[in-house]
Design a binder for this molecule. Sequence first.
Ligand code: BYC
Length: 472
Amino acid sequence: MAIDYSQLIPNNVDLGSDRRLQRALENWQPRFLDWWKDMGPDGTAAFEVYLRTAISVDANGWANFGYVKMPDYRWGIFLAGQDPDRQIAYGDSKGKPAWQDVPGELRSTLRRLIVTQGDTEPASVEQQRLLGKTAPSLYDLRNLFQINVEEGRHLWAMVYLLHAYFGRDGREEAEALLERHSGDPDKPRILGAFNERTPDWLSFFMFTFFTDRDGKYQLASLAESGFDPLARSCRFMLTEEAHHMFVGETGISRIIQRTCELMKEHKTDDVRALGAIDLPTMQKYLNFHFSVSLDLFGQEASTNAANYYTMGVKGRFLETRIDDDHLLTGSSYEIETIEDGRIVKKAVPALQALNERLRQDYIEDCARGVLRWNKIIEKAGVNFEMKLPHRGFDRRIGAFTGSRVSPDGTVLSEVEWKANEAKWLPTDEDRAYVTSLMGPAVVQPGKFAHWIAPPARGINGQPADFEYVRFN
Ligand code: BYC
């Protein structure tokens, strides 16, 4: 169904035919806008930003580019097209038609998953709200704002589901999504990574590379949900997520490129003296963001995950392309855990290991990106290799919690850890240095901060010196 932009809330769900639901969402809309004003990108209400807006959910040509003031962005409800013959692909309901409504017995489970997903979206906007002040270019500023408005829309996607399918409980949860805040000691966001700070652009690019990629994998699993409206919401969200990861990957690539250029030009490793970010510091930021994002996959052995799968509410990454029985009752999966101070492999029932399996898919995807970063370093003739740390490194959730594991996967004593921590994770001094580079935003079209290379190409075929943001 085409997106109807004549409505107060643009949508392709025929919202106008359900007056009650429409009114409820129209009530929530000003609350969302208040939240955007208070917690969204700071001091930007008058900026005109070259943004893309969805005009259709079809694969070809869904995006329309133009200048928009962010509070006027047409946040709306867009679900990918419906396949009337879609069947549930796994679990106890395998082969049954996908549910168009919430089965009573799955209500609280589905609500919880939708709330957890929804909570991350405004959280990330809150984490990034001050970054505009230090943008390294107009191009980067525009990309930040594009991500922010799309995370806002992802919140809308989950709020629609809560309002449309979960009655009063859903409406209360939708309110609460605006009341919890990232890092708030009393009402924090639900998942750990979304209470961390994103104080500088190195963190931002690492976040969009690593944490948005968790979004890709979680959304892909929810896109397999038997609850069809959730599956269709997530399918469309995934098309937007791709750009966020692109921003992260190319952002880091451009910092690496700049650093390597300076290293070669000045024949030195000490690029800090030249106002750039040294590769070891980037590696430490990578270690931090990777391990925080690994935590987002939950416990290695999880009965929650087994239940989600068996009940048909959350599948595996690309479930329908996997060649097995899609029940997993008789199979096992090897996870890593710590026993007697050593990392050991242990077979657990495959159903319980679904979080770990998804984490593995994610790690392989991250590794491909790191390989591309290393190609840039290699091509520049610099002798350095970026590496993903071991999955047990600095974890707060799951089997490695409470243990000390080095990036190469050795279990350490607390003393050994303390002696090396500053080599592996950003220190206060590293953070202060990176922050010191975040000067006032670079706002002349085509100019870039000293520590980052320009992008290979601009947005939507525009040149790098295009006026991506106009300040009013
Ligand atoms: N922090 O059995 P377990 C995105 C809790 S990112 C705090 O392993 P489960 C985005 C867990 O809730 C994608 N608590 O749990 C990216 C459970 O609590 P209870 C977000 C945690 O349910 C960038 C207990 O520990 N989407 O979209 O199998 C920008 C036992 O754990 C954490 C989703 O996450 C944690 N990290 O797995 C913008 C999808 N991990 O039951 C957006 C929806 C676990 O003991 N969520 N716990 O009270 C889920 O599928 C699952 O909730 C999780 C956890 C995979 C997160």
